[in-house]
Design a protein around this ligand. Structure first.
Ligand code: ZN
Length: 378
């Protein structure tokens, strides 16, 4: 494992392949300008990024490394301070500081750190698919587009896995003419049609304790809660023809004191996956639950319908992203290589083929969305 410490920047020899790990070499002395473009492929960059630990809160080293690499390619790069030594990286090509389209993803990972390794088909390690492989694919795509005179921006943020703090700060720094944000998360290179929202609901019932031999002297909170839950389970939920049904999970029930005591308290935590706006659903939940329980809505993450591009395969993302915090960066799209099913696991990996396909995919999306306008201008 290579250690990145202090200000020493290290890089692997660019031509290595297979599972053998190369000797680290001094970056500045051996690597010519435009190294990523000419001889470093996305696989190499992915492994370099994985090997710099960047668990949420500790992104400064990977941020400095990325900042250095992107500057070396010739981009104008900006460190956007977030908190302490943490910063986002935003880069544009000189003379094109107000891009119409920006590729973005996050630099942080969940714990624990897992160093990189690879075989014929896959790159392994923490962040391989979520989202360091995506960073590499987006830089490679930006470079390829630049060769075709299409200049996109690059935004890499901190804190996605914790509280989206990097995205919140980045939202104050959006270029004024940015029309599209292509956000990268592992979707197996399929464009997300939508990302389901989350509505958390808490039900609380109160009663009066009594000896269970004389139930008429008490008032059962559990009976009230069960009746309300029964009605809510039977309540029809909205469905979207593209996105599918809104779903309900009753995730937690608690209450009562003992088998021989009429319960004075009962509580349930529910979670709805939203496929549209929540106003009507909230009203329906309150009226269906009835007056014998108290209804609270402690959290909502909104349902998002996302921009698609003709001819690309699609999916529905059930997970959350930074997109709701990046509202000033234009219309959002969501696509990236790798699978959400292996993200956050011990065996996290990214298929090399998907990594290379993602470069093509990002280029195609940018050409479809802003390429035509550029040709008209030019
Ligand atoms: Zn992610």
């Amino acid at each position: 494992m290579v250690e990145f410490g202090g200000s020493t920047r290290l890089a692997y020899r660019s031509q290595y392949s297979g599972t053998r790990r190369p000797e680290p070499v001094e970056a500045r002395s051996l690597r010519p300008a435009f190294a990523i473009l000419s001889c470093m492929d996305a696989v190499t960059l992915t492994r370099q990024l994985i090997d710099i630990e960047s668990i949420s809160g500790n992104e400064a080293a990977v941020g400095n490394y990325l900042y250095g690499e992107i500057c070396r390619l010739g981009y104008q790069s900006k460190k956007i301070p977030v908190e302490g030594d943490r910063f986002n990286v935003f880069a544009t090509w000189p003379g094109h500081s107000n891009p119409a389209l920006v590729f973005s993803t996050h630099m942080d990972t969940v714990p624990p750190f897992i160093p990189s390794s690879e075989d014929e088909e896959k790159i392994y390690g923490r962040g391989s698919c979520d989202a360091k492989g995506i960073i590499a694919a987006q830089i490679a795509a930006a470079e390829r587009l630049r060769q075709q005179n299409l200049y996109v921006g690059l935004l890499f943020v901190v804190g996605e896995e914790r509280d989206s703090l990097g995205a919140k700060i980045a939202n104050e720094h959006a270029p004024s003419q940015c029309r599209f944000l292509v956000n990268g998360e592992p979707t197996e290179n399929r464009l997300a049609l939508a990302s389901k929202g989350t509505l958390r609901v808490e039900l609380t019932a109160k009663g009066r304790m009594a000896h269970s031999a004389y139930p008429e002297l008490g008032e059962s909170a559990i009976d009230k809660l069960i009746a309300a839950l029964g009605r809510l389970r039977a309540m029809p939920l909205p469905s979207d023809p593209q996105v599918g049904p809104c779903t309900l999970n009753i995730g937690l029930i608690e209450g009562g004191r003992a088998p021989n005591v009429i319960p004075d308290y009962a509580h349930a935590d529910l979670l709805y996956r939203l496929v549209g706006a929540s106003e009507d659903l909230r009203k329906q939940i309150v009226s269906t639950a009835g007056e014998q329980v108290e209804v609270m809505f402690p959290l909502e993450l909104p349902f998002l319908r996302l921009r698609t591009v003709d001819g690309l395969p699609t999916m529905i993302a059930a997970f959350t992203t930074d997109i709701p915090k990046l509202t000033n960066w234009g219309e959002p799209l969501l696509i990236g290589p790798g699978s959400i099913h292996v993200a956050h696991t011990e065996g996290e990996f990214i298929p090399k083929r998907q990594l290379h396909e993602a470069v093509e995919m990002y280029c195609k999306i940018a050409r479809e969305l802003v390429g035509v306008g550029l040709q008209q201008l030019g």
